[in-house]
Design a protein around this ligand. Structure first.
Ligand code: SAM
Length: 303
């Protein structure tokens, strides 16, 4: 199937102008204790990504086909979250096994409940992805790390661990974003921040910039013989501002502006921010029929 191409010179130009070089960084403990203390953020993002996409082939389909599964593999999912991807992947491993690892007990529990009673044997491990010492050498045919690597404190130790636990001939799939993914969301967000005269340090790119699709290959090549990048695009289209606002405010913590408590910003700041963003999104829907949010994402396949 040919993949849709949403890239345009206008979007490239917009990204050049507005996506900052500096990106947010959050300690893994902040992720564990705030973002993933429950499944709300993940639920909202998964629901919206799926309900408003225009690429008929979903991101999960893309990830599953990259893994070249025959049905009997032993698979390890680092940062498995609430098990959304594993639920879709599981039928492809009817005679294999799945190990889900995450350092946030709340989402790991949600994954365990989600997959409970299915025929594929599951093992759940609460650990940081840079500590795989509980796993034997050469024990997995496939390892994946989707949208989580930017939180892992020691990347070198994580990749060395993956190399050690992966059998020869295995595939390690690392999925992440380009820093300009969802540039339209950052555009309306930064414009609203400017209108509110917000602190300069809020103008940063996604935390995924730490190991993005642009920069990740070099780091991975230190641990794997072959590293191939498979890109993926989609475009979310909203004809009502409300689901986008939930995606922006709850799913993305206002593009990270509300990720951690900030004594300079009170609730009225966020109310004003949301009001400005919503007004602009509504204006664009009225002008164009929908508000588009273009996703530039993809996976490194490492062998
Ligand atoms: C954005 S979610 C992605 C979840 C899932 N992979 C997906 O794509 O739906 C990031 C996940 O990484 C987990 N995480 C963060 N830091 C981690 C670490 N150091 N080790 C393992 N998991 C971590 C979080 O708890 C969360 O479940």
């Amino acid at each position: 199937m040919t993949q849709p191409d949403f890239r345009t010179p206008e979007l490239d130009d917009l990204a050049q102008r507005i996506i900052p070089q500096e990106h947010f960084e959050f300690p893994t403990e902040t992720a564990r204790d705030r973002f993933f203390a429950d499944t709300r953020m993940l639920d909202v993002k998964q629901l919206v990504h799926n309900a408003f996409r225009t690429n008929p082939r979903s991101m999960v389909d893309h990830m599953i086909s990259n893994l070249e599964l025959t049905g009997t593999e032993d698979l390890l999912d680092l940062g498995c979250g609430n098990g959304f991807i594993l639920e879709h992947l599981r039928p492809h491993l009817a005679d294999g096994t799945i190990t889900g690892l995450d350092n946030a007990p709340a989402v790991l529990d949600a994954a365990r409940r989600r997959l409970h009673g299915t025929a594929t044997p599951f093992t759940w491990i609460e650990s940081s992805a840079d500590d795989l010492t509980m796993l034997d050498d050469d024990s997995f045919d496939r390892v994946m790390a989707n949208y989580m690597i930017h939180y892992v404190p020691d990347l070198e130790r994580c990749f060395a661990g993956v190399r050690r636990v992966m059998r020869p001939g295995g595939i390690f799939q690392l999925t992440t974003d380009r820093p300009d993914s969802m540039v339209e969301m950052y555009d309306v967000h930064f414009a609203a921040l400017r209108a509110l005269d917000a602190p300069a340090d809020l103008f940063k790119a996604t935390p995924k910039g730490r190991l993005s699709l642009e920069t990740g290959a070099a780091q991975l090549k230190r641990h794997f013989d072959r590293v191939k990048k498979v890109t993926w695009q989609d475009q979310l289209r909203f004809t009502d501002p409300l689901p986008f606002m939930e995606f922006y405010a709850t799913g993305h913590n206002h593009c990270c502006a509300s990720s951690v408590p900030d004594p300079r910003l009170d609730e009225s700041f966020y109310e004003n921010l949301r009001a400005l963003v919503e007004k602009e999104v509504k204006r664009r829907i009225d002008a164009n029929g929908y508000f588009a949010v273009t996703k530039f994402t993809g996976s490194f396949l490492c062998r």
